[in-house]
Design a protein around this ligand. Structure first.
Ligand code: KMH
Ligand code: ZN
Length: 308
């Protein structure tokens, strides 16, 4: 089987500080987490920013600048900026930092959807910050907006005008058809790096049958023009990404997607998850790809053209 791309999503905008002491929040914590994950074998770092004091998801360029220069200096990883930000942000806010930085890669969410995080409220806990509980409670009436017009705007402003390539986040079968639509409109060119997203309440569930069906339909829609990666939320992370690796796909880990390293056991770092999946995929006979091999495979513009 070909080489395998390990992506690590360091902090995200889903989990809140009270859920794990290991979730990186400040620029220095995110930069350290990225260095460690890259050293462990992550070729792509998927990046969100947070307010360093409150831990709230942030769209502020200054918060991205809290870690971007350090990651560009200390790693050769592909720095992949989220355009998803947080579902509570406007698209203008979500795009502000990526447009300023002009990354090699950015995420792109292929449909409007529910993004329900309130099931994580679970048993009450001592919340570190007063924003956390209302943030989670409010997701029962939250729409994560990604209309075709939004998608076209991101593709044009970040892709065509600034040379970014994309991690296409597909949470459902319908998102593959939306991606095909944009290929037919000539707004994207292969190879398509498609991230199948499992286990977000509002997207498809973490069932292996869904993975095999997504691959079957992606094969039908894109033939040899795509690579698939898998991320799965929470306890489903390792089983599903292991299945992806066995199927010839690529994998994404990171505390954005799961806070655990094993059932009921918090991961002490992002790198711990990278090490675990690297051991698994190498036992499966896969060879972990370097950042430059990823750049060559996906046709990325190179780190030198990023305003980090
Ligand atoms: N949080 C993941 C479920 C994005 O940042 O654009 C999907 C994601 C979206 O990473
Ligand atoms: Zn993300």
């Amino acid at each position: 089987m070909s080489g395998i791309i390990i992506t690590c999503a360091l902090t995200g905008s889903i989990h809140t500080p009270s859920m794990s002491p290991h979730l990186p929040i400040t620029g220095a914590e995110i930069a350290r987490a990225g260095r460690e994950a890259a050293e462990a074998g992550a070729a792509i770092l998927h990046l969100h920013a947070r307010d360093p004091v409150t831990g709230q998801p942030s769209a502020a360029l200054e918060h991205f600048n809290g870690f971007m220069p350090a990651l560009a200096r200390d790693t050769d990883a592909v720095l992949n900026l989220s355009t998803g930000g947080s579902a509570v942000m406007s698209l203008d806010d979500r795009l502000a930092a990526p447009l300023a930085i002009a990354p090699e890669m950015a995420s792109l969410n292929m449909g409007t959807m529910n993004f329900a995080l309130y099931p994580m409220l679970g048993k009450d806990r001592d919340w570190l910050h007063d924003w956390e509980k209302p943030f989670l409670e409010g997701t029962d009436d939250l729409v994560f907006k990604n209309t075709p017009r939004d998608i076209a705007r991101i593709l044009t402003s970040l892709g065509t005008e600034r040379g970014a390539r994309f991690e296409f986040e597909c949470y459902d079968l319908s998102h593959l058809y939306m991606l095909r639509h944009f290929a037919d409109r000539g707004l994207i060119r292969p190879p398509y790096f498609i991230q199948f997203v499992f286990g977000v309440l509002g997207g498809m569930g973490p069932d292996p049958e869904n993975l095999s069906h997504m691959v079957r339909i992606a094969d039908k829609l894109f033939g040899g023009d795509y690579l698939f990666s898998v991320l799965a939320a929470g306890r489903f992370q390792m089983p599903l990404i292991t299945m992806a690796a066995a199927m010839g796909g690529h994998v994404r880990v990171g505390l954005e997607d799961s806070l655990t390293i094993a059932r009921g056991q918090l991961a002490r770092s992002n790198a711990e998850q990278v090490v675990k999946i690297r051991e698994i995929v190498e036992r499966l006979g896969r060879v972990v790809m370097t950042p430059d091999e990823v750049r060559a495979t996906l046709g990325l513009k190179g780190a030198g053209q990023v305003d980090a």
